[in-house]
Ligand binder design. Structure first.
Ligand code: CO
Length: 134
């Protein structure tokens, strides 16, 4: 069902500092910061040869990643995103197997313009998994 690793998402308290670490210390290719108001985050994409890392900083009130920073002051890995061919078929199969989908179970348009869903971390050994239809 799951295919390529699309991205790893890391929530950070200071996006500029984190960007500098990936660019200067680790020597990675990083994008300009993009404010995604509808997703409540500002994001920097770190491009690696085989995948991408997204550095996320909360944007505005009620950001979906604010609580994560309260629990993880210095930041940390928030979720991983894996690709699927057909997100609704994947969702139905996972629900048949007893896995829980976050929210109302309907795919939303994610930060890359593709439909996404999040799976309950308690059903996946503590890892928040994002499915993205690519
Ligand atoms: Co993501």
């Amino acid at each position: 069902m799951i295919k390529r690793l699309n991205h790893l998402a890391i929530v950070v308290p200071d996006l500029a500092a984190a960007t500098a670490t990936y660019r200067d210390t680790l020597g990675a290719q990083v994008s300009e910061a993009q404010a995604l108001a509808e997703h409540g985050v500002t994001v920097v994409f770190v491009d690696l040869p085989n995948t991408r890392i997204e550095l996320l900083e909360p944007l505005g009130d009620g950001s979906p990643v604010s609580n994560f920073l309260l629990r993880n002051e210095g930041g940390g890995i928030h979720h991983m995103c894996v690709e699927v061919d057909d997100i609704k078929a994947a969702r139905d199969e996972l629900m048949d197997k007893g896995a829980r989908i976050l929210g109302d179970g309907e795919p939303k348009i994610g930060a890359h313009g593709n439909p996404v869903l999040f799976l309950h971390p308690k059903d996946f050994h503590g890892c928040l998994i994002e499915l993205e239809e690519v």
